[in-house]
Ligand binder design. Structure first.
Ligand code: RB5
Length: 148
């Protein structure tokens, strides 16, 4: 399993904890930046990670910004992406189990590195339940085609 990781300057504080969680699970990862605290625009990193996941170069992704909100909104503009903005352990589990999310988004200004480590592990190890949830996820993905 390969995980694409991206962040802006507001989320970089969580990157080390996310990488630790991914590495401990034995997964490969690619760090697509940013690499320091200089101010950058979060849509650029959302696009890099979302493209990696949507193209199949990565199986899943983790995106980090100040709140997790902007970077998740941007990622969800890319066809094939289901990016879940998560602030608690139960949501991390449900994002995988019910929504089959393929990107986890968290915020460095609202979530601690310890929690980000835990949420990453939960998200990456919880299987999709399928069944009635698959029907609903299929309906989500059909919404992408609504405007042709
Ligand atoms: C950057 O200051 C901040 O707006 C960004 O990290 C994020 O919180 C946006 O949603």
């Amino acid at each position: 399993m390969k995980i694409a990781i991206g962040c802006d300057h507001g989320g970089i504080v969580l990157k080390e904890a996310v990488i630790k969680a991914v590495a401990e699970l034995g997964f490969d990862y690619e760090d697509l930046g940013t690499y320091d605290t200089a101010s950058v625009d979060y849509p650029d990193y959302a696009e890099k990670v979302a493209d990696a996941v949507a193209s199949g170069k990565a199986d899943k992704g983790v995106l980090l910004c100040g709140t997790g909100i902007g970077i998740s909104i941007a990622a969800n503009k890319i066809d094939g992406i289901r990016c879940a903005h998560v602030t608690d352990a139960f949501s991390a589990q449900m994002a995988a189990e019910h929504n089959n999310a393929n990107i986890l988004a968290m915020g460095g200004r609202i979530t601690s590195p310890e929690d980000a480590y835990e949420f990453t592990k939960i998200f990456l190890t919880t299987p999709f339940a399928g069944g009635r949830h698959a029907t609903r996820v299929d309906k989500i993905m059909k919404l992408e085609k609504r405007n042709g």
